[in-house]
Design a binder for this molecule. Sequence first.
Ligand code: GLU
Ligand code: MG
Length: 452
Amino acid sequence: MSALHAAALRQRLHEAGVHTLLVQFTDLHGVAKGKWVPLEHLTEVLATGAGFAGPSIAGTGLGRSGPRSEYYARGDAATALPLPWMPGVARIIGDGFVDGQPFEACPRQVLRRAVARLETKGWRLEVGIEPEFFLLKRQGERYAPHDDHDRLDKPSYDLKSLPRQAGFLQALREALQACGLDVLQLDHEDAHGQYEVNFAHAEALASCDRLMLFKLAAHALAEARGMVFSMMPKPFADQPGSGMHFHVSLWERQSGGAQSERCLFDAGATGAPLSPLGRRFVAGVLAHAPALCALAAPTVNSYKRLTVGESISGTTWAPAHIALGPNNRTALVRTLPGRFEWRLPDASANPYLACAALIAAGLDGIERGLEAPADVTDDLFELPLAALRARGIAQLPQSLAEAVAALAADAVVCDALGPELTRQFMALKNAEWTAYARHVSTWEMARYAEFF
Ligand code: GLU
Ligand code: MG
């Protein structure tokens, strides 16, 4: 960005009452990190970036000394935005740079590379991300739904709980709208204390940036009200977990200019939800599903959500079966006219990594001309395992260890992440799995202590 543009941006932010920049990046876990920088230093933030000790950030693998020990979050001017819940502060997203070069293990840089691959074909991925989350309260070591009266057997769309949480939910809506997001709906989901907020889809990178903005806003607004905003995938064993579904469509630039685009997933008058190209993209997503799992369901707890079995609401929603079906919410991929819903990601996924891996898998499906399996119209939760096997419908990995092993074996997804990020991600996730495997739970004590 030229000095002139930087000065104009500083002036614009100053006029909006901004005195501080929140320079934000996303670590490997998908957690927002950053620092506050006075607005006077915007030029450095845009030119070099705000500096951080590399080894202090999860998953950089950077050393403690030398030029490669410093992580710079270089401001992306287009993302500068005053935060309505933090008067005087504007968020600006930083892309990771090390030693003057784009940092290979920065999740946003990884997605930038994936998006650039699409651009060489004249394509653009449009993504709508649907976060589900819990509003909880701490009770000593335990967590409970923040709303004490949230106890219905079938809690979806409960209109009695919404007004009880209106203080938070309406403040969140207002904050997101003030940031330019088109908020589409807010509802109570299928577990106690669980809600969902939807905002309009956007280009992949912008959509991930918005998801991070949503998390920043929700954390701050919940904390101010003494609530815990949680994107843990499955806090309560007997209730559904939190998904973070991606609605996906692919667009091609037409010669008429940027305004004119064609949806490549649109099947036109055929009556099918997806075009042949769309089906090949989905075929890639299904073929790479086990490896994608490591990124879209990246915690030990994610696999409690992916275990099929009834909950108190009578359903599971676990997208564990590797299949696609028209408007079928029991399959991993639900197809809709001109788009598909990728139901695998959960609320703990790093959106940049999940999205980059999704693009790699979809492009592989297109480039190799993979054929999607037959559409499934049955309720897959009703079918016994033997029937699923007979139809060639496999299940997703059932633990983080299995998913990480599947990732290690998948050259297409690893290539998209790059060797450095792959190495760091595996190290982090293998350590997480080992820590979990060593833990002796209260379930084990109750079951085994006096059993034998
Ligand atoms: N909470 C479910 C999940 O874990 C999804 C429910 C829905 O389709 O909204 O993915
Ligand atoms: Mg939902």
